[in-house]
Design a protein around this ligand. Structure first.
Ligand code: CA
Length: 292
């Protein structure tokens, strides 16, 4: 499987790819730059929204709006002006923390986790959920770097990555209430392969995980823990992936210029680019929308 880069501006910390089925476009964020990017795959048109503040994840809403996580809360983002409104604060008093990866669950709740982004303090972050009524619940504490999330095709399991653990955890998930429990390790990734970052899932229930420092996306079996296949990339710091295209069989992959490793321009001229692996051999599940 081979991935090729799109004709879009490189991101410092490209993250959070999100496929928009209706518009046939890809959304993603450049966390460091406070930008939300959109690339229309039909017309090959790129747009970017300047939020003027850190944006770590973007989701679609049933209302047709976009919602993002900013440094210390959830908010709507206006796609034209870049202004945010409807801010719901989280961890406002923890100045060294910021939100990181986020995604909507099958019932339309917005899940997102935090991390200490200044010193990387261990277990300083948490995983939160924004409900339809705009209340926020803490789901997990003592998280170091909250990252990839996915829900199994039968919507009974929540998969979650706290990156420095090098593990994927599985939790029993109740769609009706959003409750999770019974956490157990299902995949352990050798440090030599890279640190697990963003994640998506296919219709067979297999996990596709971006490997930060590992220059690849790998597909894992969550029952055996086995690595089934890998997509190599010409960039060390691979951040996240999601399925897109008309039939959800193309895998879109974000990367970063930022971070440790050999990411200088001469050695990795494509660092920060978005890549697509056409006809991945698997099919994704359309992203869930925030139930507003
Ligand atoms: Ca990430």
């Amino acid at each position: 499987m081979k991935a090729v880069n799109l004709d879009v501006p490189a991101s410092s910390l490209g993250e959070g790819p999100l496929w928009d089925l209706e518009q046939q476009c890809l959304w993603w964020v450049d966390i460091d730059a406070g930008k939300v990017h959109q690339y229309d795959m039909v017309h090959k048109v790129h747009k970017e929204i300047h939020a003027g503040q850190l944006c770590s994840a973007v989701v679609l809403c049933r209302s047709g709006r976009l919602m993002v996580t900013v440094k210390d809360g959830f908010a709507y983002l206006d796609v034209v002006s870049g202004t945010v409104d409807g801010f719901v604060p989280v961890e406002e008093l923890l100045s060294d923390n910021r939100f990181n990866d986020g995604k909507c669950d099958p019932a339309g709740r917005f899940w997102a986790g935090t991390m200490d982004y200044r010193k990387g303090l261990p277990q300083a972050g948490s995983l939160y959920v924004l409900e339809k009524d705009r209340s926020v619940t803490k789901k997990l504490a003592n998280i170091t770097c909250s990252n990839g999330m996915a829900w199994s095709p039968d919507q009974n399991i929540f998969y979650y990555i706290d990156s420095p653990t090098y593990k994927v955890m599985a939790f029993d998930y109740d769609k009706a209430t959003g409750a999770i429990g019974g956490g157990r390790t299902v995949v352990s990734i050798p440090e030599s392969q890279g640190m697990p970052d963003g994640m998506t899932i296919d219709t067979e229930g297999m996990l596709w995980i971006a490997l930060w420092g590992g220059a690849a996306v790998a597909r894992y079996h969550p029952f055996s823990g086995a690595c089934l296949s890998m997509i190599p990339l010409p960039v060390s710091n691979v951040t996240s992936c999601t399925f897109g295209g008309t039939d959800l069989t193309d895998l879109y992959i974000t990367t970063a210029k930022a971070g440790p490793g050999k990411t200088d321009a001469a050695q990795q001229p494509l660092a920060g680019q978005v890549f697509v692996c056409k006809n991945s051999g698997a099919r994704g599940i359309a992203p869930f929308k925030f139930m507003d």
